[in-house]
Design a protein around this ligand. Structure first.
Ligand code: ZN
Length: 324
């Protein structure tokens, strides 16, 4: 096994830090990094790359996810563990394989985040069956929204964190991470009975940083149409105006879905009326570039820790997206 290391500099000039990573770990999951480090580019000879538009926190979350990928196909071979854990978990080891000022403080927790401890070990039970077991009660969810503002804020921050990770996976072409973020977000949404709500910061960031065809945007559109404008009665003019003021592209996409699903109530044309019928599991949101659908489902059943890890990371990560 090739244990060559490379140095990745993340962050903007003043606050950038160098993180040393095994080259293969990056090349295995990303054609972008494979091209940079194995081609004839200067990055390959210098073994150095600078990612100024990525925060250290997001890059470490990516590395933590990478580590869960290594475990699955390195049976037998052991890779010395690089520093890829989030600050606060085992930051003590940070000196071993990193260079530069990487001594990190525990995450600065100003908002309470939902307890993710109740997630079952079996993510596939949520991803495949959860949606079928429950019809969403919009009033119940909206009641929660009004009462539990801290809880909601925690969810909101976690969602922004999923978005940051997805944007990274889009920019640096990590197809499996894009699919995995959507699986984790789906499982979390089902577990919490809380699908991503429309939110200005989220909309602006998603549409500014992702292509309109992105599956993350697709999830936001679906969850808004199915869960937040759920019944014809809740599809109020006020709500629609709010969405339109936030982002016209988003409003248009939502209305297309809404129109299609409302057709379903009168005929069998269009999209299914209920979310669990339209999206029986997260595979409907996947690109399946790194794995086909059958292998994808198998992996979700066999390796739930990948997705539980993502959910936990995003619940812990509460840095502001505004720094970018
Ligand atoms: Zn899939």
């Amino acid at each position: 096994m090739d244990l060559d290391t490379v140095t990745v500099r993340v962050g903007e000039a003043d606050t950038a830090v160098n993180i040393t990573v095994y080259r293969n770990l990056l090349s295995d999951v990303s054609p972008y990094f494979r091209g940079a480090f194995e081609g004839s580019f200067v990055e390959a000879t210098d073994r150095f790359i600078s990612l100024t538009d990525v925060t250290e926190q997001t890059f470490r979350m990516f590395l933590q996810w990478v580590h869960t990928q290594v475990h699955q196909h390195s049976s037998g071979a052991t890779i010395p563990s690089p520093v890829i854990l989030l600050p606060g978990s085992t930051a003590k080891n940070a000196g071993n394989t990193t260079t530069g000022p990487v001594e990190l403080q525990p995450p600065h927790r100003t908002q309470s985040v939902p307890d993710v401890g109740f997630l079952p070990d079996d993510i596939s039970a949520l991803d495949e069956l959860g949606g079928h077991q429950k019809r969403w009660d919009v009033e119940e969810i909206e009641g929660l929204y009004l009462k539990e503002s801290e809880w909601i804020n925690g969810h909101r921050l976690s969602l922004l964190s999923f978005l940051r990770l997805y944007v990274f996976a889009d920019q640096y072409n990590v197809p499996q991470l894009r699919d995995d973020v959507l699986t984790a977000l789906t499982a979390q949404s089902i577990s919490w009975s809380w699908w991503p709500d429309i939110e200005r910061e989220m909309m602006e960031s998603a549409y500014a940083k992702l292509p309109p065809s992105s599956k993350f945007i697709r999830l936001l559109v679906l969850s808004t149409a199915y869960c937040w404008l759920s019944k014809p009665g809740t599809c109020s003019a006020t709500r629609l105006r709010t969405i339109k003021e936030m982002n016209e592209d988003f409003a248009f996409d939502v209305m297309v879905v809404q129109n299609e699903r409302l057709k379903e109530t009168e005929s069998s044309e269009g999209m299914p009326f209920w979310l669990e019928d339209a999206m029986p599991n997260s595979c409907t949101l996947h690109e399946h570039l790194a794995r086909d659908a059958a292998n994808c489902r198998k992996r979700i059943r066999d390796q739930p820790y990948i997705f539980i890890g993502l959910i936990e990371m995003c619940a812990q990560d509460d840095l502001s997206i505004a720094e970018e």
